[in-house]
Design a protein around this ligand. Structure first.
Ligand code: PMP
Length: 452
């Protein structure tokens, strides 16, 4: 038996994959990745694939990057891990300073964790406790969060509670706390004729809720500019800024979950930068380590931080922390990731390749099964439809066949229901970006136009 065959048997015998129906997966012919170099992944048979989903929206400077590898090895020679509970370490201090420097000015303190979900969990708990620490009686009812329909903030119960994707979250409804959900400002398939009407109507309903219920609302949590996991819903310009103003007016904390959109993904270092928004709390994860290791961070303003200070261990303390919080190796690679952003002028590169991706995708617009093309930076979704006029989704079987065909043709890509997502490695060249869309176009024709 060759190595790949043996590994596939062991994989289906021992591994339970995330977000995966194992009954289907084990009957499929899964790809087993052995190594990576630059923009490519290589499987155990030596076949190479362009990484069109940046290994789940995380990879920044390419796989097997010499500088990132070196940063890890250098730190390994000193120490792998010591705890941040009651002591500190060099990389976590340096990284916190760097994060405070590059994020919106208002954010002054960094609380580390290991996954995007945990960073959101922390943000929720912080926002809730903030009001209690300030004045337990006055703010006794500030226990709820405003959220967006179809929002996604992770898979732990707190982050599920502020999520709004029924297919993921409905089953857990008896375990989660109630949130107040607002219609998502996403025009395609909405009931609005234009963006202006949509944004006016949604902002109006947000203001009405805040006016009536601000005493109950601790914070407004949202994915700024693009709601990712739901199918890359892009918000109209100005929506985020208006939300910020409403939060200020009605004394509610603004929590921006930049786990997916942070670190260059939308063409600015952070999505908040596009509209000069200053959140009270910001969640970071995914690309923070350049796609190398798990790290997340929740950043807060000085005002939020100060509400947790006292001279007594048991008063106002934030009782939250994970074992590997602020791990040295993870923080070292994150620091080098950010240094490389600066050294390679990556944001300017993303702005150029974004134009390439956008214009190349738009050449496909007339295809009868392409209903919508939307995105920003290097985060685009192509919504596949059966009926363009009535915006009826393409059946999932055909969508999955297209994705499979892309893989056969050397492109790793993912779909979110009937939306094909283009979320490539951030330093991909123009040529590779074009190649990614060429492969997709070929597979689209192969499956839908009967060329196969
Ligand atoms: N927030 C957002 C906006 C996300 O997209 C994700 C993951 N895709 C998360 C939180 C959760 O991150 P993690 O998977 O690292 O827990």
């Amino acid at each position: 038996m060759n190595n790949t065959k043996e590994l596939k048997i062991k994989d289906s015998e021992y591994v339970w994959h995330p977000f995966t129906q194992m009954g289907v997966y084990t009957k499929d012919n899964p790809i087993i990745i052995e190594k990576g170099k630059g923009s490519y992944l290589y499987d155990t048979n030596g076949k190479k694939y362009l990484d069109g989903y940046a290994s789940l929206w995380v990879n920044v400077h390419g796989h097997n990057n010499k500088k990132l590898n070196k940063a890890i090895k250098k730190q390994l020679n000193k120490i792998a891990h010591s705890t941040l509970l009651g002591s500190s370490n060099i990389p976590s201090i340096e990284l916190a300073k760097k994060l405070v420097n590059i994020t919106p000015e208002k954010l002054k303190k960094v609380f580390y964790s290991d996954t995007g979900s945990a960073s959101v969990e922390i943000a929720i708990k912080m926002a809730y406790q903030y009001w209690k620490n300030i004045d337990r009686n006055k703010y006794s009812k500030k226990n709820k969060f405003l959220t967006l329909k179809n929002g996604y903030h992770g898979d732990t119960l707190g982050s599920v509670s502020v999520g709004g994707i029924d297919s993921f979250h409905q089953i857990f409804k008896d375990l989660i706390f109630e949130n107040i959900q607002i219609e998502s400002p996403s025009i395609y398939k909405s009931r609005y004729v234009n963006e202006k009407d949509m944004i006016d109507s949604i902002l109006n309903s947000i203001e009405n809720i805040l006016l009536e219920r601000n005493e109950e609302i601790a914070g407004f949590i949202l994915e700024p500019l693009i709601q990712g996991a739901t199918g890359l819903f892009v918000h109209p310009e100005g929506f985020l800024k208006s939300v910020e103003k409403l939060c200020r007016k009605y004394n509610v904390l603004l929590i921006c979950d930049e786990v997916a959109v942070g670190f260059g993904r939308t063409g600015a270092m952070f999505a908040c930068n596009h509209e000069n928004v200053q959140p009270d709390i910001m969640c970071l994860g995914k690309a923070i380590t350049g796609g190398y290791l798990p790290l997340a961070a929740t950043l807060t303003s000085q005002k939020v931080y100060k509400a947790f200070l006292s001279d007594n261990h048991s008063i106002n303390t934030f009782f939250h922390g994970h074992t590997y919080t602020g791990n040295q190796i993870v923080c070292s690679v994150a620091l080098e990731n950010i240094n490389l952003f600066e050294k390679t002028n990556l944001i300017a590169h993303i702005q150029k390749t974004s134009e390439t991706l956008k214009s190349r995708l738009h050449t496909l617009k007339s295809h009868e099964n392409i209903g919508d093309i939307r995105g920003r930076g290097l985060m685009f979704g192509v919504e596949l439809v059966k009926d363009k006029h009535n915006k009826v989704d393409l059946d999932i079987n055909s969508v999955e066949r297209i994705v499979r065909n892309c893989k056969e043709n050397g492109l790793m890509i993912r779909n979110l229901e009937n939306v094909i997502t283009f979320v490539p490695i951030l330093n991909m060249s123009n040529k590779e970006i074009k190649k990614m869309v060429n492969i997709f176009e070929k597979s689209l024709h192969n499956i839908l136009d009967g060329d196969e």
